[in-house]
Design a protein around this ligand. Structure first.
Ligand code: SAM
Length: 393
């Protein structure tokens, strides 16, 4: 079911809109669990045996399956559900647009709740990977704004994410940040963090768990999209968490060398062209203090998955307006880190079970054992596990 956004920037859907949201969440849950499993079985038992030789790449699986009627039905439903994610929240956000601005301004001014800041750069050129496409079919992408106070794109993103994730992102849509911070605190209790940077933070939902986990750290989220950052600031203030939101491009960070202990991102890299990913890694390396950590939650790479599972995750590149998805997933994370100047001995990757799904005790127990990529790794489906990798500086 859709998790309701409950903080002070919540919008007010009608009963029909709520019904549309719940229907869309349920449809996505059905498609991504039941139909995805059927699709795999169908490929393995009916399609692959008819091929002259087993496909060894995701591209070959796609070529073999793309005309299959069940795959076409699956894809049509999934594309339809994706469009319904945004249409089910858009009207409520539009109706509340002016009220959202007023509430955000009041939250920003209320220093009794939290001491967060917002720093926008109207001269920043929004890169075309954000401005030139409706990323994952989200109308207007992250950055469209009617005026200099607009935060509707942030509201569309957060409310859309709550429909999209059908309950798998935790009560506060922050399960990736919560799980990542829990992993770091549990596995590296000695690591002292004073300054944390979250790249491509959008509405700051995965940023705030870092501030909640590392109470002594200054936490900053950057993004190119001003409406998302306005929303992120109000959202953080509403939740009583001090965090700082800055409009900046992760390929050219406005910070001196050796400024941060942790440079983090979640669900960010696969939305960048490869040339920008390389710049982001180099910038992360530059702004990290010696002994600091670059850490990314991302989709697992193709070279560590079966041809079918690689194809399955690349679906978004072909059908969900995510043109850089496959280009990113075709890379080897360890090589990207090494190219940016990180020492290969400091590279690691792991799988972190979702805190929201499994609970703290089970996750702590899992973290004590070996981690390996499994069927649920990086897939938004029941029992999700997050793929995390990084490099110590
Ligand atoms: C999929 S969202 C990820 C948001 C959030 N981290 C999460 O886990 O849901 C990607 C974000 O990256 C931002 N972005 C894209 N290119 C960027 C760049 N070059 N520098 C900073 N932010 C960027 C977009 O505006 C968007 O908010």
């Amino acid at each position: 079911m859709t998790r309701l956004v409950t903080h002070d920037l919540a919008v007010h859907p009608t009963r029909n809109e709520r019904a549309a949201q719940d229907f869309t969440s349920s449809l996505r849950g059905h498609v991504l669990n039941h139909m995805a499993a059927q699709l795999k079985t169908r490929f393995e038992t009916e399609i692959a045996p008819r091929l002259p030789e087993p496909p060894t790449t995701g591209r070959a699986v796609h070529a073999a399956i793309r005309e299959d009627e069940y795959f076409r039905f699956y894809s049509a439903l999934r594309i339809g559900a994706q469009e319904m994610v945004w249409s089910s929240v858009g009207d409520a956000v539009a109706r509340d647009a002016e009220s959202l601005k007023a509430r955000a301004a009041a939250l920003s001014a209320d220093r009794s709740r939290a001491q967060g800041t917002l720093s926008l750069d109207p001269g920043l050129e929004v890169p075309r990977n954000v401005s030139a496409i409706d990323v994952h079919h989200m109308p207007g992408s992250y950055s469209a704004q009617a005026d200099e106070t607009d935060l509707a794109a942030g509201a569309v993103y957060e409310n859309g994410l709550s429909v999209f994730s059908f309950g798998l992102m935790g009560q506060n849509l922050d399960d990736i940040g919560e799980s990542s911070a829990f992993w770091l605190k549990t596995t590296h209790p000695e690591f002292q963090l004073k300054a944390i940077l979250d790249l491509g933070c959008s509405v700051g939902h995965q940023t705030l768990p870092w501030a909640r986990t590392y109470l002594d750290a200054t936490v900053t989220g950057i993004d190119v999209a001003a409406p998302c950052l306005r929303y992120a600031h109000g959202r953080a203030q509403s939740q009583g968490v001090t965090a700082h939101f800055v409009q900046a491009d992760a390929t050219a960070l406005p910070y001196p060398d050796a400024s941060f202990d942790l440079v983090y991102s979640s669900m960010f890299l696969h939305e960048l062209p490869l040339k920008d990913i390389r710049k982001v890694f180099a910038e992360a390396r530059r702004v990290l203090k010696p002994g600091g950590l670059m850490l990314h939650y991302e989709l697992p790479p193709n070279n560590q998955l079966s041809a079918f599972d690689g194809f399955y995750l690349d679906w978004d590149c072909w059908y969900n307006n995510e043109p850089f998805y496959k280009g990113y997933r075709d890379q080897d994370p360890a090589e990207l880190c090494a190219e940016a100047g990180f020492a290969p001995k400091g590279f690691f990757q792991t799988v972190v079970p979702s805190l929201a799904w499994y609970g703290e005790a089970a996750v702590a127990q899992a973290l004590a054992g070996p981690a390996s990529i499994g069927g649920n790794t990086g897939r938004l489906a029941d029992g999700v596990q997050w793929f995390v990798y990084g490099n110590w500086a």
